[in-house]
Design a protein around this ligand. Structure first.
Ligand SMILES: [Zn+2]
Length: 176
């Protein structure tokens, strides 16, 4: 498929703060979006990418932690186990990492790329990526987990990202 990379949206872009809407049915349109998202994620060396990060407020995200790409549509976490903390980064907030505490094992109900309902358990890194991406579908970002001290430290960087957005957008993708 001849998909081209999509423009990644950065902190300050309102689409990152919106609630995404469920997909009614997964068809050719959604599959092409997923293909384009995969190319975009690979180009940016990411392990996950949610549709709002490319300006589309649909409940779709992809993840690939090295054992092949998966697409999740209309995901819902149905069970959570344990807790662990780890530093997370985000393609939409370049240069920032935040320590985030999350359940370490989850069960997720979702629709796959072929429009089939699934319910599967994930743990460790994959569970973390899935939860990070589901946050994006709810307008939530890693900075929301930051301690007051960390927020003060990253304040200037975040303001700069917002300023760039309010200016003229980010221009070329290489400007990231
Ligand atoms: Zn992210």
């Amino acid at each position: 498929m001849n998909a081209t990379p999509l423009r990644v949206r950065f902190y300050g872009d309102p689409c990152l703060r919106k609630n995404s809407v469920p997909v009614l049915s997964v068809g050719v349109t959604e599959q092409s979006l997923i293909q384009a998202m995969l190319i975009t994620m690979r180009e940016n060396k990411g392990v996950g990418l949610a549709a709002p990060q490319v300006g589309i407020n649909l409940q779709i995200f992809i993840a690939d932690i090295g054992d092949g790409p998966l697409a999740f549509i209309n995901p819902k976490i149905t069970r959570r186990f344990g807790n662990s903390s780890m530093e997370e980064g985000c393609l939409s907030i370049p240069g920032i990492v935040v320590m985030v505490r999350r359940p370490e094992k989850i069960v997720v109900r979702y629709i796959d790329q072929e429009n089939r309902p699934q319910e599967k358990a994930y743990e460790d890194m994959m569970a973390r990526v899935i939860q990070h991406e589901i946050d994006h579908l709810n307008g939530k970002m890693i900075v929301d987990y930051a301690s007051l001290r960390a927020r003060i430290q990253m304040h200037k960087q975040l303001k700069e990202l917002e300023r760039q957005f309010k200016g003229k957008g980010y221009g070329t993708p290489s400007g990231r």
